[in-house]
Design a protein around this ligand. Structure first.
Ligand SMILES: C[S@@+](CC[C@H](N)C(=O)[O-])C[C@H]1O[C@@H](n2cnc3c(N)ncnc32)[C@H](O)[C@@H]1O
Length: 374
């Protein structure tokens, strides 16, 4: 219902929009973001009591910023439905900003958006310019925005703080992002029908998906494979689970560009949740070949990733969210989200034994579940 309201209002607005309305709105959105970023940077959100308000004068004293700038910036953010002003002209949270500030998952997502995602968007044009020069083809908007020579995952490998930040961000997506919560994975596939089964969660980060599945399906056991830092964090997080759950989840350091170790050969399911969209076909094929070589007859590959809709066929809000992600993959990883044909072509390149058995998008999910038999 909410989705339908968003879609209808978007359609009505677009139908009645003139070019000058469009440009005004574009400008307003950029300014709203610039102001929200400014308030975040100067930690204004922290200064506002959750129950109550604070005067602009007091904020100026605390931050040493000009009172008039704080007022102007906050009032711009208010036009985006973030924060509010009392009748006495003091600054207060509204329910949206209070929720953002109070919920650690939402705050993590908000911080990541400001500190990482948007800077990559801004570096997109420059990155494409660089990629036109063949020597610079390894450049991405990420490498430019973050001032590094390293690709995204290599950068994380060298920096435990960044890796932990990304881990927290991924976890926030699985818990508070309605379109990406792990519930869609739990409910979107008939896990119970597997009976006693071993699931290899390839690139499972700190095990958010495996933990959720282990809670719901007690006959399933899991091996979460990832790089050292997320595996270490996963082991720590698993300590807070009940033994009944934690004893069915193993964390193993494993580079998915190398063959599966003996212990995970012949598993029932190789799960790839939000993994293959990080890699261009050439790399995704290498990753999948190791799994195809490790699987037994009857093993399945379960991929949870986006399937980009044909333009104009999905709800406009959903399509915009999916295309946003497609661009983010290009900007950060030189990768992309895939359309149905791209998925078929990808598995075809790996091994003709890999056949897509089913593709379904759980209600409310941005991701689809693609089931592949070996
Ligand atoms: C987008 S995250 C998805 C995490 C997890 N599957 C989930 O659903 O939350 C991609 C994951 O791939 C992992 N990764 C990247 N390169 C890897 C490699 N070469 N071997 C193993 N894991 C890798 C990252 O550490 C990260 O956890």
């Amino acid at each position: 219902m909410r989705q339908e309201i968003f879609d209808s209002t978007t359609r009505i607005k677009q139908l009645s929009q003139k070019p000058s309305d469009f440009l005004t709105e574009l400008l307003v959105q950029q300014q709203q973001f610039a102001c929200i970023e400014w308030l975040f940077h100067f930690q204004i959100f922290r200064q506002i009591p959750l129950n109550g308000s604070i005067s602009y004068g007091e904020l100026a004293t605390r931050t040493q910023l000009p009172e008039s700038d704080i007022r102007a910036t906050a009032r711009m953010a208010i036009t985006a439905n973030l924060l509010s002003e009392t009748k006495q002209g003091k600054l207060a949270h509204n329910s949206l900003s209070a929720d953002l500030f109070e919920d650690p998952g939402l705050w993590t997502w908000f911080s990541y958006l400001i500190k990482r995602s948007v800077p990559c968007m801004r570096a997109y044009t420059q990155a494409s310019e660089k990629q036109l020069e063949v020597v610079e083809s390894a450049r991405t908007a990420y490498t430019i925005a973050m001032k590094t020579e390293l690709s995204f995952f290599d950068h994380l490998k060298t920096n435990p703080e960044l890796s932990a930040e990304f881990g927290k961000y991924m976890k926030s997506q699985s818990t508070v992002h309605a379109g990406a919560t792990v519930d869609h994975l739990v409910e979107g596939f008939d896990w119970a029908s597997l009976g006693e089964a071993k699931i290899v969660d390839v690139g499972g980060n700190s095990g958010t998906a495996s933990m959720a599945l282990a809670k719901h399906f007690e006959k399933l056991s899991f091996v979460v494979q990832d790089m050292p830092e997320p595996v270490h964090n996963g082991r720590l997080q698993a300590q807070s689970l009940s033994r009944k759950i934690s004893e069915r989840i193993q964390f193993v350091e494993h580079d998915f560009f190398t063959p599966q170790p003996d212990e995970t050969k012949g598993a029932d399911v190789y799960l790839f949740r939000m993994i293959l969209h990080d890699w261009p076909d050439e790399d995704a094929v290498k990753i999948l070949r190791h799994v195809a070589a490790a699987g037994k007859e009857g093993s399945r590959v379960v991929v949870m990733d986006m399937v980009l809709p044909i333009p104009g066929t999905a709800s406009p809000t959903l399509e915009a969210a999916l295309r946003q992600k497609d661009l983010m993959m290009r900007q950060v990883l030189n990768s992309r989200e895939r359309e149905v044909e791209d998925w078929h072509a990808l598995f075809g390149k790996v091994d003709e034994r890999l056949q897509i058995v089913a593709i379904r998008r759980p209600e409310g999910s941005q991701h689809s579940i693609i089931e592949i038999s070996l």
